[in-house]
Design a protein around this ligand. Structure first.
Ligand code: FE2
Ligand code: FE2
Length: 156
């Protein structure tokens, strides 16, 4: 008999962060190789993954964290950082990979995400671990919402 064990909320979100970092690294390699097609594909992939990640944080994890920690300042700041990332993602989506601003926008997006991820992992996540938040139950909700969004967008 096998049961599927969903990762807890923090594990799931941190795995998403590692995935985004790996894709940004791949992007750098494609850039160095002058491979516009690969750049376009990787950028599309990382932007889609980030949009889903931000969506499940905003609809499930952040509200639960806000309730459990009461740290409005930190969660408001996180939301502003998401809004900034979404703006950049929308701009990247309108550019061709050979556009002179394409690489710059992907680079700045990766830097902003790096900063945001650091704050989540070093400040917000530890706070939620100390709170009475049910990280297992939230993890299940995140997992479900994530696979639903991936299906909607045809992402394997
Ligand atoms: Fe995150
Ligand atoms: Fe976030």
């Amino acid at each position: 008999m096998s049961t599927i064990v969903a990762p807890n909320a923090i594990e799931l979100l941190e795995a998403d962060h590692r995935e985004a970092e790996a894709l940004f690294e791949e992007f750098e390699k494609a850039k160095d190789a002058g491979d516009n097609q690969a750049k376009f594909e990787i950028a599309t992939k990382v932007c889609a993954a980030l949009l889903i990640h931000m969506e499940i944080e905003e609809t499930i994890f952040y509200p639960a964290a806000r309730d459990a920690t009461g740290d409005d300042d930190k969660l408001n700041e996180a939301q502003v950082e998401h809004d900034g990332a979404k703006k950049l993602i929308a701009e990247i989506g309108k550019l061709k990979p050979e556009d002179p601003m394409f690489d710059a926008k992907v680079k700045v997006l990766s830097e902003q995400i790096e900063h945001h991820v650091e704050e989540e992992e070093n400040e917000l996540f530890p706070e939620t671990k100390k709170s009475d938040m049910d990280l297992e139950a939230i993890g299940e909700q995140l997992e479900e919402a994530k696979s639903e969004l991936k299906n909607q967008h045809g992402i394997p």
